[in-house]
Design a protein around this ligand. Structure first.
Ligand code: AMP
Length: 355
């Protein structure tokens, strides 16, 4: 037996330095990996946790090359990273998930078409560029939501059309300056998300919770989901169907609507960890961050199981972070402050998980 030897350390590159990267880094460190973070914002929350900072814009090709050469594998914490940056990095270092899967998730039309090809049901939708098409859809199908195809998140870039008066709203013309999708309003009873990871040979899926949104923003996730097993099993099967269809590697989140009849409709997907999976840091044997990092490091991927019978994650939006002392006193609450220097209405400033 040798008394001494060198142990190789893996370096993970993360495009985007938001709260998802900030939550990912300590998990990577637990497995002995180093993280480099690439973001243009000098106040990006993840920079607090690593000295390996690449502060540059996503069109700075020299900075992207330096970043890629410094890393063994690269991932993203935000799906709207420019594809050109991902493709350039991928010429030097593996990017997981594949940049093509980011391209699909960046455009709601491609995303929904992909879901249909994988055999999933989606809300009734149409691609639109003109107000007349929006009006025609509303007259034929009733209440609807107009969404920018690209760039929207947390309910941004959307307008609900509930009455014909809404067709006159000036935000419609603003949205229609870019390509849009119009969707029939789904009378769902539940929103859920599935978070799954696939490595070279193993696939793991996080237990499923119920998501509660308000004004397009996730407020709360409660686990386990209150839905019957038959619906949850279908969501699991359909998630694997998407992964098989895409020959997917890495972590994938899919958001679903569930109707009173138990029908499952694909809403959208993200090739990354997700706000609705934060509860898993305390509530699951493997968190969503473990799942994502394990794929990047080529580690085994056992199926995560609950470690707490009931868990609830509450987002701290805007000035709600100022009440963090309420949660600090609670012994079964895990408080996360993302360290953002400025709060504004609806901005995700932190979260708290009750377990
Ligand atoms: P999205 O950015 O597409 O996930 O939309 C944000 C939120 O708006 C969703 O989580 C739903 O609460 C709501 N929403 C989006 N699309 C629809 C739809 N077609 N029908 C009903 N609610 C929707």
């Amino acid at each position: 037996m040798t008394a001494e030897g060198s142990l190789p350390r893996k370096t993970i590159g993360i495009f985007g330095g938001g709260q998802l990267a900030r939550l990912m880094i300590p998990v990577a460190a637990r497995y002995g990996a180093l993280c480099h973070v690439f973001d243009a914002d000098p106040h990006a929350p993840a920079f607090d946790l690593t000295p390996h900072q690449h502060r540059a814009s996503f069109d700075d090709t020299a900075a992207i090359d330096r970043f890629a050469h410094a890393c063994d594998v690269i991932t993203c914490e935000f799906e709207n990273i420019p594809i050109t940056a991902l493709q350039r990095a991928a010429q030097i270092t593996p990017v997981i998930p594949d940049p093509n899967h980011f391209a699909m998730a960046q455009d709601r039309l491609h995303e929904k078409t992909m879901a249909q090809k994988a055999g999933l049901s989606v809300p009734l939708f149409a691609s639109v560029t003109h107000k007349d098409e929006v009006k025609g859809f509303f007259n034929q199908h009733g209440p609807a939501i107009l969404k920018r195809r690209c760039g929207g998140y947390d309910g941004k870039g959307q307008k609900r059309i509930l009455t014909s008066a809404d067709l006159q709203d000036e935000s419609l013309s603003f949205l229609l300056e870019g390509p849009c999708l119009i969707e029939a309003l789904v009378p769902f009873t539940h929103e859920i998300s599935t978070i799954a990871a696939r490595g070279v040979s193993e696939t793991a899926l996080l237990p499923i919770g119920d998501n509660h949104h308000h004004q397009g923003i996730l407020r709360k996730t409660s686990v386990p989901s209150s839905l019957p097993d038959v619906v949850l099993d279908l969501a699991r099967q359909q998630t694997f169907a998407v992964m098989n269809h895409l020959n997917y590697q890495g972590i994938l989140t899919i958001e679903w609507f569930v109707t009173a009849q138990g029908s499952l409709l694909f809403n959208e997907c993200a090739p990354r960890v997700h706000n609705s999976g934060h509860w898993s840091l305390e509530g699951s044997s493997l968190s969503q961050f473990d799942m994502a990092i394990r794929v990047l490091l080529g580690m085994p991927l056992p199926d995560p199981v609950f470690v707490s019978p009931r868990v609830e994650m509450l987002n701290l939006l805007g000035d709600a972070i100022q009440q963090r002392d309420v949660y600090e006193r609670c012994p079964r609450a895990a408080l996360y402050d993302y360290g953002k220097p400025i709060f504004r209405s609806g901005r995700k400033m932190g979260h708290v998980t009750f377990f």
